[in-house]
Design a protein around this ligand. Structure first.
Ligand code: ADP
Ligand code: MG
Length: 263
């Protein structure tokens, strides 16, 4: 019977089964069964408070920092349940990079920001200055920031514009070579020009990474993703090919949300 089902599972970067999550006694996620395909961009939409950030934070195990969070069910990343006792957090973090709503560069130089995660994950094997120069250049080129900052790599990252900071926050994930990028409303703190620039960049990364992006921006979801997930009150209502969701949503709740009938 190993066959189609196995093959499909193997093409999934992230797979959750019966995922439930509670903050204390409050249940925020209900029976989430999702398969996020490898190598494409999946967007996640839904009204404020429906559990999008909670879901993302579960996938790289940030929620567990909070002592009052409880989870049941499973989350497989590249076929391995990341909540298995044998799985180390640092391995999970190596596979998955995360970008937050507000750019959060460290208050150190641009260069040191790009190298920060890389150094943590290669502890014990120090890279040469040349290797590090290449890593910095590659990462900053990928996020289209190199030309702008190449002459001021030693300046503080926090002096950059918000748009540049967010690009830097994406750049610093890349040297660690994650297969998966989680982005939680990465453009929400940016002005329209910054939003456009960062969206374009995310689009450029398509095919090289599995990207799961939360957005309130329907146009962004529509433009920038191949598949789309609509969540409501802690549940997945619909997960389908983006074009299809926006043209012929299967559920009334999805249609209502897309057409802006609620939050
Ligand atoms: N750290 C937390 N402690 C307790 N409740 C939380 C916490 N974070 C989120 N929640 C609650 O969980 C629900 C989902 O929140 P969230 O995942 O932030 O939604 P979204 O990202 O879709 O806006 C909300 O009701 C929110 O108030
Ligand atoms: Mg959120």
């Amino acid at each position: 019977m190993a066959g189609q089902a196995d093959r499909q599972a193997a093409e999934l970067a992230i797979r959750t089964q019966k995922l439930n999550l509670w903050y204390g006694t409050f249940q925020a996620l209900f029976n989430i069964d999702l398969g996020i395909k490898q190598g494409i961009i999946t967007s996640m939409i839904g009204p404020s408070g429906c559990g999008k950030s909670t879901f993302l934070r579960s996938v790289n195990r940030i929620n567990e920092r909070l002592g009052y969070v409880r989870i049941s069910g499973s989350i497989d990343v590249m076929g391995e349940n990341i909540y298995d006792p044998g799985v180390e957090l640092v391995q999970v973090r190596k596979q998955i990079g995360m970008v937050f709503q507000r750019p959060n560069p460290l208050p150190i130089s641009i260069r040191e920001n790009v190298l920060f995660g890389h150094r943590i994950h290669t502890a014990g094997r120090k890279s040469s200055k040349n290797e590090e120069d290449d890593i910095v250049e590659d990462a900053l080129k990928t996020v289209l920031l190199w030309d702008k900052v190449k002459d001021r790599l030693d300046r503080k990252a926090t002096a950059l514009s918000l748009e540049e900071q967010q690009k830097l926050c994406i750049a610093r994930l890349l040297p660690v070579k994650p297969g998966i990028l989680l982005m939680d409303e990465p453009c929400s703190a940016l002005d329209p020009k910054g939003t456009e620039a960062v969206e374009e960049l995310i689009w450029e990364l398509r095919g090289r990474y599995t990207i799961l992006i939360v957005t309130h921006n329907m146009a962004q979801a529509r433009r920038a993703s191949e598949e789309c997930i609509f969540m409501l009150m802690g549940k997945v209502v619909e997960h389908t090919e983006t074009g299809e969701m926006f043209v012929t949503p299967r559920h009334k709740e999805t249609a209502d949300y897309i057409e802006g009938r609620y939050g």
